[in-house]
Design a protein around this ligand. Structure first.
Ligand code: CP
Length: 314
């Protein structure tokens, strides 16, 4: 592993999953890997889980971590190549990333999409600049199109809780009050369409089709009730339209996951990456039920990051 930005970087996902389960069983047993190393974490956008789980993962591995909130804690960064910097920006991304690479052995970066410029977002223009200028391995803490650490944590969680050799996993669109990125569902599809023991189904209203680069021919079922039938895991998430880029096409409350939806499943477990708008995306009754995995799923963010750090620092 050179960088960790997508499912493709995971290599042998079965081996990586096994490594994660071993690390989780013995979280402080690999401190020789991280000793005398530093993990740098740059956030261009807010975070609770990614920030804290990454620091904890570094700590478990015997490494130190620093966190920078780009823009808020540092100089205002210029992103444009060849810019004449006589305006409001104070430091070029080229210099900032090269300098930060001097201060760490691996660099984690979060850069959300604009949701306005599809070509820039799906070209990963900002993240690719970071990959270009970094001189240490780079981990995506969520880019414009993908959130691989979340999907790896989701895979760990489903592997831990599955009750059968094969399981049906349903990614369902859910309503929201704002336009959200497609990163989490793109990434979930990128990973779960490849898992050999998963029957993967995506359900959403028409107009919310994801980029086929990530769904890779996964089954799409526009009837949410039908999609839920026999499901072992429900992954709820809102996203804005990819085709009508960044637009909110529906806020239909009938798509909120509630107990009536869950009653159609095979006693399914409920996942969501968090943060969640309670009683908009998923009802309290489902989120607070014994079938909800949202908290252990968030806990597994430590072990997805720790496993990736283990690979990159080894
Ligand atoms: N799920 C997730 O990435 O949470 P944060 O945005 O709080 O890091």
């Amino acid at each position: 592993m050179k960088n960790f930005t997508s499912f493709a970087d995971a290599g042998d996902y079965k081996a990586l999953l096994q490594q994660a389960l071993e690390i989780k069983a013995n979280p402080y047993g690999y401190q020789h890997i991280g000793r005398n190393t530093t993990v740098g974490l740059i956030f261009f956008n807010p975070s609770l889980r990614t920030r804290l789980s990454s620091v904890k993962a570094a700590y478990n591995l015997g490494a130190q971590a620093w966190v920078l909130n780009a823009g808020a804690d540092s100089w205002t960064l210029e992103m444009a190549d060849g810019a004449v910097m006589n305006g409001g920006t104070q430091e070029h991304i080229k210099d900032a990333i090269a300098v930060m690479s001097q201060y760490c052995d691996v660099l984690g970066v979060r850069t959300f999409p604009t949701l306005k410029d599809k070509a820039e977002d799906y070209g990963e223009v900002v993240f690719n600049k970071i990959l270009q200028y970094a001189t240490v391995p780079v981990i995506s803490l969520e880019s414009a199109t993908l959130h691989p650490l979340q999907s790896f944590a989701d895979l760990i969680t489903v592997a831990e809780y599955k009750q059968a050799e094969r399981v049906k996993v349903v990614l369902t669109w859910a309503p929201h009050v704002r336009a959200l990125p497609q990163c989490v569902p793109n990434s979930f599809a990128d990973w779960f369409s490849e898992v050999s023991w998963v029957d993967f189904v995506i359900t959403h209203p028409k107009g919310y089709e994801l980029n086929e680069r990530f769904t890779k021919g996964a089954r799409i079922e526009y009837d949410q009730q039908k999609a839920f039938e026999g499901a072992d895991f429900i992954y709820a998430k809102n996203w804005s339209s990819y085709h009508d880029y960044g637009q909110v096409l529906s806020q239909d409350p009938a798509w909120m996951v509630d107990t009536a939806h869950m009653a159609r499943t095979n006693n399914a477990r409920l996942l969501h990456c968090l943060p969640i708008r309670r009683n908009v995306e998923v009802s309290d009754a489902v989120l607070d039920s014994p079938n909800s995995l949202i908290i252990p799923e968030a806990g597994n963010r430590v072990f997805s990051m720790q496993t990736v750090l283990h690979e990159l620092l080894s």
